[in-house]
Write a protein that binds this ligand. Structure first.
Ligand code: FWK
Length: 483
């Protein structure tokens, strides 16, 4: 498939659109003119882009949960509870796994079975099956902006439906919803399909409707080095901007060392803005999202609140625009609405206590920001070079070559040669560089920091550190010390 990083013409977009809307009967409900009229009536306090912009200007960090169940009425009850009892600032609808694989027939069965069982038998909201009508009912029932959160390699139909239903934000991207989520989906296909999703947002922008797009920051959520996830976020942000997206939230998943996590957010925001300026996108508004710990959680709910609170504190001290909330049921599965609301209240308590506070600049923080930006720049430069200047082509070739390499990803299109491990302070470093295009001094810094841990622990630098780190947090520590 020949892709290129060029804004699609309306003709190219509308040509593909017919096929997209024919993928499930609810696609027929999508009428673009009606959708434009409906979206123009979205009040400011329910527009995702505007609420994020206001938060960034006021220097506050907003709290957003994940949440989704099978049936519309129960989903409305859930979101209303998170709004009223949880105090959420922004609302999701987490989309179920069948929808993420375009298996809408299985969703239909899940909806019927859930009706019979009187409880949700899907792990999220089946937005395509409920259609524009169902998404509008959810949107009209709540009083906060709504975002679709999922993990969908081909989200074209879902995107058409949720935006026509008044939802003014969509998470995902051609890399971040492929490599960590799918085994065998070619990257050029998902980059093209997400260009479609972004081009639809670009079309709405041309009608004066600003919809927010959020590349999925944490990726596999397992020891992902900050410069690796920042590189993916920046690539997806630039690809989105080319299709006309004007409001982008770039994200990052908590790793656990506070200085490194704050540095990651600061580096991500400034480097995203630098690249947008450098490539001529001068009217794109950038915000950031910090995801509370995405790795294994402790079963004990009190300990889980400890993890949730460290993530909330780091997000506040970093000055992230929003934080994605975990719940005390994380280790068990889909949380009850009560547990989900507790996660939000704990998060907002921490955010309120730290309101206005920022981690002050220090040599350690400055060095970490510089290192993350230098590592990211190496990967970005090589990606552009492989694509002869075309970022879409470069991204596909960068993954083929292992120039960008996401740890523990299921996709066969990911090289899987790079290996991370924590240093002695818990910051995530590169243990094996694989084919990453790093300079010698960057390699030396990573090596030295891992040597410090090896010396402290009295064992050699090696993969055993990685394994110990993967299980550490659920065991109640950050660095996986030798047992
Ligand atoms: C990105 C993966 C994360 O999304 C969260 N998640 C997935 N589905 C749901 C759901 N249906 N309700 C609440 N949280 C959910 C959960 O924390 C999981 O680790």
């Amino acid at each position: 498939m020949n892709i290129k990083n060029k804004k699609w013409t309306e003709e190219e977009f509308f040509k593909m659109r017919e096929e997209v809307l024919s993928q499930w009967p609810t696609g027929k409900e999508v009428d673009l003119k009606e959708a434009v009229d409906y979206l123009k009536k979205v009040p400011e306090h329910k527009n995702f882009s505007l609420k994020l912009k206001k938060a960034k200007e006021e220097g506050v960090t907003l709290a957003q949960p994940r949440a989704g169940v099978a049936l519309i009425s129960e989903h409305i009850e859930l979101l209303t509870h998170l709004q009223n009892e949880g105090g959420a600032d922004l609302l999701p609808s987490t989309i179920d796994s069948y929808t993420r694989q375009n298996r809408y027939d299985e969703c239909e069965i899940g909806i019927q079975e859930s009706r019979k069982a009187g409880r949700s038998l899907l792990n999220g909201f089946p937005g395509v099956n409920h259609g524009v009508h169902g998404c509008k009912k959810v949107y009209e029932a709540v009083n906060l902006p709504l975002e679709a959160r999922h993990g969908t390699p081909d989200a074209r139909l879902l995107t058409e439906i949720i935006h026509a239903g008044g939802w003014t934000s969509n998470e995902g991207g051609g890399i971040s919803y492929n490599i960590p989520y799918a085994k065998n989906v070619p990257l050029d296909r998902t980059i093209r399909d997400w260009q479609y999703c972004d081009r639809l947002v670009g079309f709405y922008a041309e009608q004066g409707i600003i919809i927010n797009r959020e590349p999925f920051g944490p990726l596999t959520g397992t020891l992902v080095p900050p410069s690796t996830s920042n590189t993916v976020a920046i690539i997806e942000g630039l690809l989105a901007a080319e299709q006309g997206v004007k409001n982008i939230t770039v994200g990052y998943g908590q790793c656990g060392n506070i200085v490194q996590d704050v540095a990651a957010i600061r580096a991500l925001e400034s480097q995203m803005e630098e690249y947008l300026r450098e490539y001529g996108y001068h009217d794109v508004y950038v915000t950031t999202v910090f995801h509370q710990w995405m790795g294994g959680f402790p079963q004990d709910e009190a300990k889980a609140f400890g993890v949730i609170s460290t993530g909330s504190a780091t997000a506040a001290l970093a000055g992230a625009t929003k934080v994605i909330v975990k719940t005390p049921h994380e280790a068990i599965g889909v949380p009850t609405k009560e547990a989900n609301a507790q996660g939000i209240r704990a998060t907002k308590m921490t955010l309120n206590l730290l309101k206005g506070q920022r981690l002050p600049m220090s040599k350690e923080l400055q060095d970490e920001i510089a290192l993350i930006k230098a590592e990211t720049k190496c990967m970005m430069n090589k990606t552009f070079e492989l694509g002869n200047g075309d970022l879409a082509i470069g991204a596909v070739k960068a993954f083929e070559a292992g120039v960008v390499d996401i740890p523990f990803a299921p996709s066969k299109y990911n090289a899987g040669k790079m290996m991370p491990a924590r240093d002695n302070n818990g910051a995530v470093r590169y243990l094996n560089f694989g084919n990453l295009p790093f300079t010698e001094d960057i390699r030396e810094i990573n090596r030295r920091k891992l040597e410090e841990r090896a010396k402290f622990e009295g064992r050699p630098v090696g993969f055993k550190m990685t394994v110990d780190d993967i299980f550490a947090v659920s065991r109640g520590v950050l660095v996986g010390r030798p047992q």
